[in-house]
Ligand binder design. Structure first.
Ligand code: ADP
Length: 253
């Protein structure tokens, strides 16, 4: 596995209305370790809106307010990443994309060319949806699908989704004590892809449905996806760096 996209969910980065410095640092430490072992890492990070909200309390249910919060929060978020990567003598970069960038082969090619230069120079691309200009028809609306497209179109081998949940279960574990985690998952039933999205908090947008849609898209395109906890990076670390799956769900065929 040479190239990996790591998507970090809004709930993972968000702690009591602020971006969690500890969790971001843990993620950056993992990325630094992976880069040392010769892997190319691309991060897809949520957190712009919540980061903006920590500075200005606008009503997020109003779309222009949400866009404004993203505009305020995105540079703050990147500054935090820059500071953390600097501890490892690493550079990171901001790449704002929208669904339209994957609609046209030409635009995808341009974006990929820039990503290649960044990775060649060991600069970590941090991708987010361009929330400020994304219009409703074009918007991915959640970074799960954006990260799946990133994985496929930028030639990564695998997508890792770091979530507030540590695996994919046979039913919602928050509502069912007897839910069982899948270690591996291949075929995804169409009906599951149509479930209504049920994100777990006010900043989350996707819920489990968009994660399954992402997995389905990647499986169809010969890629795999690993869903694991973003609160404790132990499972993802042993999976990616030691090749041992202790927890999490691997979607592969
Ligand atoms: P994130 O913000 O980390 O991307 P979301 O909150 O959008 O994550 O989605 C994960 C949530 O989906 C979990 O916290 C869980 O409550 C819910 N969920 C519903 N069904 C399942 C399931 N079968 N397996 C795992 N999680 C599920």
């Amino acid at each position: 596995m040479k190239r990996v996209v790591i998507k970090v969910g809004s709930h993972v980065l968000n702690e009591a209305g602020e971006v969690s410095k500890e969790r971001m640092l843990a993620l950056v430490a993992l990325v630094a370790e992976m880069q040392k072992s010769g892997k190319d890492i691309i991060i897809v990070s949520s957190g712009a809106v919540s980061s903006g909200y920590s500075k200005l309390k606008l009503d997020k249910s109003h779309i222009p307010n949400k866009q404004a919060l993203a505009a305020i929060g995105q540079p703050l978020l990147l500054k935090m990443y820059q500071d953390k990567f600097a501890k490892y003598d690493m550079l990171c970069s901001q790449v704002l994309l929208s669904a339209a960038d994957f609609d046209s082969r030409k635009r995808t090619k341009h974006a990929k060319a820039a990503i290649e230069v960044l990775l060649e120079h060991n600069v970590v691309p941090i991708i987010n949806e361009n929330d400020v200009t994304a219009t409703e028809e074009l918007v991915f609306g959640d970074n799960d699908r954006l990260s799946a497209h990133t994985t496929y179109y930028f030639d990564a081998d695998m997508l890792v989704i770091l979530s507030d949940i540590d695996a994919y279960y046979d039913k919602d574990p928050r509502e069912n004590d007897d839910a069982k985690a899948f270690k591996n998952h291949g075929f995804i039933d169409e009906a599951l892809l149509k479930q209504k999205c049920a994100p777990s908090d006010e900043f989350a947008t996707g819920g489990i449905t968009t994660k399954l849609q992402s997995a389905q898209f990647l499986l169809k395109n010969g890629k795999s996806m690993f869903l694991a906890s973003g609160f404790d990076l132990g499972d993802v670390r042993s999976f990616l760096l030691e090749g041992v799956q202790k927890g999490g769900t691997l979607f592969s065929v």
